[in-house]
Design a protein around this ligand. Sequence first.
Ligand code: SAH
Length: 351
Amino acid sequence: MNILYNFFNKSIPASVVVAVFSGLFIGTAFGLSIPVIVASNSEKVASYEEVAAQVMVEDVLRIAGRSGTEETGLSYVTLPGIQKYDGPRLAQTMPIETKETWLSWMSRNRRDDPVFLEERWQWAQDLVLSSELKRPEDVRAFLLTPREHFVRAVNKGLEYANTWLPIGYGATITDPDVVSMMTTTLNVQPGDKVLEIGTGSGYQSAILSYLTKDVYTIEIIRPLFIETDALYRDLEKNFPSYSVINRKLGDGYYGWEEFAPFDKIIVTCAIDHIPPPLLRQLSPGGIMVLPLGPPNRQYIMEIVKKEAEDGSITLSRRDVYNGQSVKFIPFRDESGMSYSTPLPPEDINLP
Ligand code: SAH
């Protein structure tokens, strides 16, 4: 896969960077996505040689111009005008009528560890039976996403267990049934631009990359962002749809203004109100799915934004689990403080 991981240190003038690249330029095929990672500090994520081996000089020039727009943190974005890998098309070509036809297609077209395939098939059938996965598109996305790579090694054996699992830094990979329910509710169409808040393990965005080519995700914990970014880079060799996942280190409360509006927004950390910037960045007619509620319990809400001709906005909301609560880790700011109002002490142990 053609990947550019760059580390434009702001102290290096773009002209110097371009000169270095030009000298080392080897060339690459057109038509593949060329994401770029931009760091505002001097963190090294790839060597000049690695980068130069994979990029056209013209792209370097465009990227160099672009790097100046990132003021904080790390981000990884696919450049506009570059053809992106078509995960939804791959998903459509995969037969799912019987386990045998699916397994044979998987063994011909992918490099998954066969040990997990049987397990993944059965698990997806269970999610369909429980009605948490409804659309064939979503079933396909779940069947294509190797959860075993996103669950951490310490939880070996639990890759397809129906439970959330710790992934370090106080974060978790969400329970598969909740991921299914939220994905089903999001109703992603192939052309949708989707924003996820809380990249975490990267699993949810990996699923999304088989539903649309336009995926954006934000994570606030720096080492987790770096870990998951490295994981995607590694996995892209066998699972190229992850190259369409644009990712940013930052506070998702403020969304990703540069790429707004989004047709769909999925929030995977708990909050007791809808962040106004996210609501603003949601397209008219767009859907936001988020765990809404006090710190000790949340309800998965589907929010639909409607804009009248006079510009007035109305929201409709639906509790997708109809009263059953879930518990997500807090939506927090850069200092680690939760965005939700703390509970009074007498409420802390309420179910
Ligand atoms: N979607 C993830 C679930 C991660 S758990 C997955 O598929 O694995 C929730 C994540 O939200 C955590 O990684 C946490 O660090 C992140 N988070 C919390 N507050 C955030 C914020 N303000 N901006 C972005 N991410 C945030």
